[in-house]
Design a protein around this ligand. Structure first.
Ligand code: DGL
Length: 271
């Protein structure tokens, strides 16, 4: 048993897709969330810059006495997971492996589509993990650089003509190719779930990176006897690197939990 908090981070709102699942499947756990809202998006940046940011994000979270960390960001997981794991004496879970395992469990025709940020697609990490797990799988990847800025600006609701047009254009080649499973390889994308499933139709299963990593973390905590005592109610704390008000509005909506006046702004350059 271990009541210390779990650290969760992302470049912005996206990691909340993991937080939402964690609150449901591990309600007794204390969480500390950091969204690097001053520097989002990470997805178009170089690996060196992403690693530098990720080190600072984790250093900030480690100012709390963490028992584990979840990198709830596809971009950091695909580019920096191995380095962060090697540098930290802390169990760290990323999103790539658990998501690929899930995609392979749901695909029937073994044609898996992947949408993610530019940095994630460039890294080849999802593709490599899929092929390691199933050498016969076919994978088609497509970067979607406009999705994260649109989500961060609240343009994720069905009926929004801008996001719907962009989604149709990004997904067209994947649909033509005949995928039956689509990995949402960036944790911002599940906020677009309704829009994306309307474009894809019922024949394509959507697999969310944030969700699968939350289940992986639960398995890890259980295996290492690190779970918080059962029956308690865990607290969640939220930190951001820019205006907290903007984050609180979108986060409350998405988590279906009122977190107004709960997010605190920190200076990430001090870490
Ligand atoms: N949620 C991040 C990811 O999963 C964000 C990407 C970004 O900041 O561009 O890749």
């Amino acid at each position: 048993m271990d009541a210390r908090p779990i650290g969760v981070f992302d470049s912005g709102l996206g990691g909340l897709t993991a937080v939402r699942v964690l609150r449901r499947i591990l309600p007794e756990e204390n969480l500390v969330y950091f969204g690097d809202t001053a520097r989002v998006p990470y997805g178009g940046r170089s690996r060196e810059t992403i690693l530098r940011y990720a080190r600072q994000d984790l250093r900030f979270l480690r100012s709390f006495d963490l028992k584990a960390a979840l990198i709830a960001c596809g971009t950091v997981s695909t580019t920096s997971l191995d380095v962060l794991q090697a540098e930290n004496d802390l169990p760290i879970v990323g999103v790539v492996e658990p998501t690929c395992r899930r995609a392979l469990a749901v695909t029937k025709n073994r044609r898996v589509g992947l949408i993610a940020t530019l940095a994630s697609v460039r890294s080849g990490a999802y593709e490599a993990a899929l092929r390691r797990l199933d050498s016969g799988v076919e994978v088609l990847c497509r970067p979607c650089p406009l999705f994260v800025p649109l989500v961060e600006n609240g343009r994720f609701r069905p009926g929004d003509v801008v996001i719907e047009t962009v989604a149709r254009e990004y997904l067209a080649p994947l649909l033509e190719w005949g995928m039956d499973a689509l990995i949402l390889g960036c944790t911002h994308y599940p906020l677009l779930e309704e829009v994306l499933s309307a474009v894809c139709g019922p024949g394509v299963a959507l697999v969310s990176a944030g969700e699968e990593s939350a289940f992986e973390l639960k398995r890890l905590l259980t295996a290492r006897n690190l779970r918080a005592p059962a029956g308690g109610k865990g607290e969640a704390e939220f930190y951001v690197s820019d205006r907290s008000e903007d984050f609180e509005g979108a986060a409350s909506l998405f988590l279906q939990e009122d977190i107004h006046h709960m997010a605190r702004r920190i200076d990430i350059d001090q870490y």
